[in-house]
Design a binder for this molecule. Sequence first.
Ligand code: NAD
Length: 331
Amino acid sequence: MNIPISSHILITGAGGFIGGWLTKWFVEHGYKHVRAVDIKSKKDWYQVHEDAENLVYDLCRLEACEFVTQDVDYVFNLAADMGGMGFIENNRAACMLSVLINTHLLMAAQREGVKRYFYASSACVYAHDKQTDPNVTALREEDAYPAMAEDGYGWEKLFSERMCRHFSEDFGMEVRVARFHNVYGPLGTYTGGREKAPAAICRKVIEAVISGNHEIEIWGDGEQTRSFMYIDDCVEGILKIFDSNFDQPINLGSAELVSINQLVSLAEKNSGIKLLRTYKKDAPQGVRGRNSNNELIQQVLGWEPSISLQEGLKKTYDWIFVQMKSGSARG
Ligand code: NAD
């Protein structure tokens, strides 16, 4: 990692899933000036690292962005109002409003003379018509255009990617943009409506184990496909992309494609039980199939996410199991 240990680092969305793990990485690697910011009250942060400067601000506001970027060298913008398909299909305006966060943060970072800026984009920027078949051709970076992104959330991400690009072109700002594909792991959301498929499936399987009612409801017909990236690969990828000289949007995702039915089978393996599956065909399910083409990241970094879904899901399942057994709920 080429970021000097004395650097001042800003991580936004630090009370969330990925931001929490990224903050942990910097704190544990000896960085003394890590500013962690989130809109949520601190008691609701998924991780609080006392060695960081933990601040609560609404970064939709320009003045808040100006305040938190003071004296900062490097910015990692992970703040967004987001969730799984159930959330983003029903909260399009809220998702679009995250445009204020990235826009104001870029403006503030540019004025402050920040050295490098990372933006967390998403596979939801990809054009809908390239994702209609469960036997997908993995998405290449150029497949975002001609644009027909996921309504709401995906358009906001695509617009914000472009805003980063123009700050780079017009003001010489160093930007890095990664398109995350479904990230999962411990210390994330698993209930409450914002959770994503791996955590939701683990929770449903664990509910069946605990209640003895061996049934599971699956959204859609279960044949929709996705790839899922374990959080450790995500953090490593963010740091490698940030460190690299590559300044265009790049996929950061696993290329291990599975159907939701296969995901359920993997979660069942952890539980030791078999469940009766029912299918809620009218539930939000997003595109039919999506996978990450990793040729570019291989070319640029000589690396790609490699933690298997079986290994990552076991760790996630075990963590959610402990939470549910102890009665804590994380929405
Ligand atoms: P998360 O919801 O756990 O974290 C996002 C955090 O941003 C939350 O804690 C939220 O409170 C905070 N936030 C929202 N609005 C804010 C505001 N106005 N001011 C300050 N903070 C605000 O999500 P995550 O999974 O950690 O995702 C992090 C980033 O990665 C997001 O930009 C997300 O869109 C992107 N992403 C995530 C995934 C994934 O699978 N998790 C996939 C693609 C892209």
